[in-house]
Design a protein around this ligand. Structure first.
Ligand SMILES: Nc1ncnc2c1ncn2[C@@H]1O[C@H](COP(=O)(O)OP(=O)(O)OP(=O)(O)O)[C@@H](O)[C@H]1O
Length: 305
């Protein structure tokens, strides 16, 4: 039915908010009108680091953090269902990971929303220290500071974070009614080209992903050098000349390293989707045109103005 992603700094009160939200949603689900309208039994489920066995120390280095995140992702894929309001209570601090969850939700045809729990770094530091003093689970100081530095703030401007609800730590109420509306009445986005089922071997898909994105990065760079004042360029794919992609660029010079960083993020996220898509849910569409259009959207949304 819906996927609600909670995101925020370490020790910012995400679990506190997730529990508040669960109580609110359960009270809405128990309203007689709601039950009789749908005639179905819905449930609210929280998936958290604790519930899937992720420890605070797993965030100490990438070697342990990556498989932890993968466990979280596999669990949420398994639990997403038409009768479930799924709340993901974890740091969810990587933009690419939130995008990956969003794609999975679209594939399952469930509504999405993001709750950004905001507390100052100082406050979170204080709460993390208090947890340690009370011998509760806490992050080491080094990991805590590292996570703060790496935190990629959600933005209502990008599809995968919206609708976005920002909840400050001082405000005791959550915007429950607004979240409820978003997850029961909001638009269900159809699976995009990248999540529709069309057979293609994973090795081909990985090659397409790499060659198309590489070729688009060089096309953007060369088009930009030819028409420096233009804010919109057209790219033709050398390997598929009948495919034309129109790309909007911000009115400034885009650097190669910027594009390569965006390309790396895109490739990493979709490599995972290719593997999961082909091993668990049937093959997905990784045609050249589909990859080109997905990458175009990703570039447009990730280039700073
Ligand atoms: N609004 C608040 N007012 C006072 N204390 C709070 C508030 N929110 C959280 N805390 C305290 O901060 C600590 C961390 O809270 P919580 O577990 O909800 O954070 P979290 O963001 O889920 O942490 P983690 O990053 O470990 O998942 C707890 O000890 C909690 O009591």
């Amino acid at each position: 039915m819906a996927l609600i992603t909670i995101s925020g700094y370490p020790s910012s009160g995400k679990t506190h908010r997730a529990l508040q939200l669960k109580t609110f949603l359960e009270s809405k689900l128990s309203e007689p009108d709601y039950i009789s309208a749908g005639g179905r039994k819905f449930k609210v489920v929280i998936v958290s680091d604790d519930s899937v066995g992720i420890k605070k120390q797993d965030y100490d280095n990438a070697r342990t953090e990556k498989p932890a995140r993968q466990t979280l992702f596999t669990t949420l894929q398994r639990l997403m269902a038409p009768d479930t309001l799924l709340i993901i209570d974890s740091l969810n601090y990587i933009k690419g990971f939130r995008y990956q969850m969003y794609c999975a939700a679209r594939e399952m045809k469930v509504r999405v929303s993001t709750v950004y729990v905001v507390a100052t770094a100082e406050k979170c530091r204080e709460w993390n220290k208090e947890r340690r003093e009370k011998t509760e689970k806490s992050y080491s100081d080094e990991t805590f500071e590292n996570l703060l530095m790496r935190y990629e703030e959600p933005s209502s401007m990008v599809r995968w974070d919206s609708p976005l609800f920002t909840v400050p730590w001082i405000d005791e109420d959550i915007p429950g009614e607004d979240i409820w509306k978003a997850i029961t009445e909001g638009v269900i986005k159809p699976p995009n080209a990248g999540t529709q089922a069309v057979a293609k071997a994973p090795t081909d898909a990985l090659r397409t992903l790499e060659t198309i994105t590489t070729s688009m990065v060089s096309s953007i760079m060369s088009e930009q050098s030819l028409s420096s004042s233009s804010s919109s360029i057209t790219i033709y794919l050398p390997s598929a000349p009948d495919v034309k992609v129109h790309l909007k660029l911000p009115p400034r010079n885009i650097t190669l390293s910027e594009l390569q960083r965006i390309k790396r993020q895109f490739v990493t996220v979709h490599k995972k989707a290719i593997t999961l898509g082909t091993t668990e849910k049937g093959a997905v569409d990784w045609s050249e045109e589909s990859v080109a259009r997905k990458f175009k959207d990703y570039v447009e949304e990730n280039l700073k103005p």
